[in-house]
Design a protein around this ligand. Sequence first.
Ligand SMILES: *[C@@H]1O[C@H](CO)[C@@H](O)[C@H](O)[C@H]1NC(C)=O
Ligand SMILES: *[C@@H]1O[C@H](CO)[C@@H](O)[C@H](O)[C@H]1NC(C)=O
Ligand SMILES: *[C@@H]1O[C@H](CO)[C@@H](O)[C@H](O)[C@H]1NC(C)=O
Length: 259
Amino acid sequence: MHFFLLVFACALYGSTFALNNGLMRTPPTGWLAWERFRCDIDCQNDPKNCISENLFIDMADRLSEDGWRELGYVYVNIDDCWSSMERDGNGRLQPDPKRFPGGIHKLARYMHNRGLKLGIYGDMGTHTCGGYPGTTLDKIQIGAQTFADWEVDMLKFDGCYSNFTEQEQGYPLMSKALNATGRPIGYSCSWPAYCGGLPPKVNYTQLGEICNLWRNYDDIQDSWDSVLTIVDWFFDNQDVLQPAAGPGEVERPRYAAHW
Ligand SMILES: *[C@@H]1O[C@H](CO)[C@@H](O)[C@H](O)[C@H]1NC(C)=O
Ligand SMILES: *[C@@H]1O[C@H](CO)[C@@H](O)[C@H](O)[C@H]1NC(C)=O
Ligand SMILES: *[C@@H]1O[C@H](CO)[C@@H](O)[C@H](O)[C@H]1NC(C)=O
């Protein structure tokens, strides 16, 4: 008995505009701290697992020395709980000085020297989900500039502690602000996850115009059951989600696989 794998690539050319910062022509792959390390900031008692520059350096070494980078796993992404509880004198976010003594710019250079990229986390709202300083509408521009100055390559923009009206303004505004810095920074929007992940509340046409990728559904927990629940959600809603996916060109081919 033979199995035939037939893949039909159907190029359906739409006329929508999409975010064009030259990034993420294929799905980005790499590592993000949250799933396992959460908001562990106890470096005194748990130095190997706490959110600190050492954790990200450690992961960068693994990706670059164990063959992951060659497979495309190039993003090393910081999630919540990296920052100090206070902005600096110029109103900029700053890393926790004890846990990130070298600063974010130095950490980005560490990644770049190894052919990797650094991602960072911000939150559209008064506070991050973990209670750290958020990025309200008036702080978006300085936030984007700070990340660009640090030569960061990607931003996850979460949505805790804001309402829909603010998100509706903030997510497009951050897209513009990142673009205005002149540095290509991959833009991951958590917005859909804060309004149920589905139309009509989520406008995937708009998301495609302002974000490189988006977050639709629940956090992954450290269990296979959790992974399955998420896979099921994408399966159940694929008719809505699949047409929105693509590499983000003005004319984007969409692929359908059958076997
Ligand atoms: C959203 O939050 C802003 C700022 O706190 C507030 O002024 C506005 O009334 C809120 N809008 C809604 C619809 O709750
Ligand atoms: C900014 O947007 C323009 C128009 O889409 C695009 O050509 C340019 O590459 C973008 N620049 C950055 C840094 O994202
Ligand atoms: C969704 O966004 C697109 C592009 O911004 C816009 O043209 C369209 O009117 C929006 N759809 C709805 C239902 O708001």
